[in-house]
Design a protein around this ligand. Structure first.
Ligand SMILES: [Zn+2]
Length: 117
């Protein structure tokens, strides 16, 4: 029984490298390069780029400083009881916390405890 699907052999034109698109993309790259070179040569754009770079630099510095301050705060903050939040802890207790991602639905959590509340 003959197949119902016709197999069409690849023509030579589809196997040949596409010179026209290569030339087109090379032309486009050349145009883009010339455009960006002209764009960067404009003093207004240079000022804008510099301001953008400085803004990004200071934003990054601020972000890092805030991150460091937050971690330092976590380290230096005096430890308090996990239940009352007032007294210093003298021990750790284990409590179960609801968690949908584990089998059984609960996960054990160690909590600092003052021993009085
Ligand atoms: Zn307490």
């Amino acid at each position: 029984m003959p197949s119902k699907v016709d197999f069409i052999p690849l023509s030579e034109s589809s196997l040949r490298p596409r010179r026209d698109t290569d030339e087109l993309s090379a032309k486009r790259r050349g145009y883009n390069r010339a455009y960006m070179r002209a764009w960067r040569a404009d003093p207004r754009h240079q000022l804008r780029e510099r301001a953008n770079r400085e803004r990004a630099y200071y934003e990054r510095k601020l972000r890092e400083a805030l991150r460091d301050a937050a971690s330092l705060d976590r380290i230096l903050r005096p430890a308090v009881c996990g239940l009352c939040g007032k007294l210093p802890p003298v021990a750790e207790i284990v409590r179960l916390r609801v968690c949908d991602r584990v089998r059984g639905g609960y996960v054990a959590v160690r909590v600092p405890y003052c021993g009085q509340c």
